[in-house]
Ligand binder design. Structure first.
Ligand SMILES: [Ca+2]
Length: 313
């Protein structure tokens, strides 16, 4: 039987004998002991809260609002993309010709730059600026030279006809310039019930001088079960490329798995620690297909028998 906590945490209600956080757009009302939609004129972006935030709105102005707003843009009354006003609220004016505004609630529009015109007023993206050429994804338009330029390493652009590239999140980077996609990066924070990690460009060969770091933090009271179906690393590389899984980045923490060789028989094991730190590194020469490694998390209490340390074959 699951234990019944005496009290749920702040901003939580009891549902079927479990404590559940109130959703975004709601708050916990202590008198009613339930989650209540944020009233007109307020919003809440986070779950498990006990109050809603007041929507910013000009005084003495009737802005249309609705209940249960989950962020500022749902407060109502904001100028939509392609429009602006002195305070970002209605009434709004369309962006004049030669300018655009991609976001809601803004007080000005961006110039297309380089003397470029728009086909119409009220433009909401740089795409509406009349460029001499239409840039492909992975490129940005330079309004000085009127040419498309490849996004530099560490940046990417997934869309056509843009005038900027987007920086990679955190301390991740791209392998090449001209990147179109955020999934070209590797590594990250994993906390779901199941998932997988894979080497960059899998099932193609991974690039040289790559470093990917993942952290798996399973949901509460769950442990991590890893399956390595197969892994391909060049043997002639003298352990230049390797995959390691251990408790933490510290090299003397408990190591769960480590290899720098091809291994074509599946291996399954559970992490001895609750969290798992995983790193893949490749050196300059010799590449290979790498790996795609699924993980699942399981209830550490009810499946105590699943203590598989290494089941080869
Ligand atoms: Ca190598």
């Amino acid at each position: 039987m699951p234990e019944l906590p005496e009290m749920c945490g702040s901003g939580q209600v009891r549902v079927d004998n479990r404590c559940v956080s109130c959703h975004a757009g709601t708050y916990y009302d202590g008198q009613k002991d339930q989650c209540v939609l944020c009233p007109n004129g307020t919003y809440q972006t986070e779950e498990g809260q006990i109050v809603c935030e007041i929507c910013p709105a000009p005084e003495n102005r009737d802005s249309p609002k609705h209940v249960g707003a989950r962020d500022l843009s749902e407060c109502g009354g904001l100028c939509p993309p392609g429009e602006f006003s002195v305070d970002g609220f209605r009434p709004c004016d369309p962006c004049p010709p030669g300018t655009f505004q991609p976001e809601a609630g803004r007080t000005s529009c961006f110039s297309c730059g380089g003397g470029l015109a728009t086909r119409h007023s009220g433009a909401s993206t740089f795409h509406d600026c009349e460029t001499k050429v239409q840039c492909s994804p992975g490129h940005s338009y330079n309004t000085t030279t009127h040419r498309c330029i490849r996004c530099p390493v560490g940046m990417y652009q997934p869309e056509f006809g843009q005038n900027f590239c987007i920086s990679c999140p955190g301390n991740t980077s791209t392998d090449f310039d001209g990147s179109t996609n955020i999934t070209q990066q590797c590594g990250g924070e994993l906390g779901e019930y199941t998932g997988y990690i894979e080497s960059p460009n899998y099932p193609g060969n991974y690039p040289a001088n790559t470093e990917c770091t993942w952290n798996i933090t399973p949901p509460p009271k769950r442990r991590v079960l890893i399956v390595v179906p197969e892994i391909f690393l060049p043997i002639e590389d003298e352990c230049g490329d390797y995959l390691v899984m251990r408790k933490s980045p510290s090299s003397n923490s408990v190591t769960t798995y480590e290899t720098c060789q091809t291994y074509e028989r599946p291996i399954a094991f559970t992490s001895r620690s609750k969290k798992l730190w995983i790193q893949f590194r490749s050196n300059e020469g010799n590449s290979a297909k790498g790996f795609q490694v699924p993980y699942v998390t399981y209830d550490g209490k009810s499946h105590r028998g699943v203590e598989i340390n290494e089941t080869a074959k």
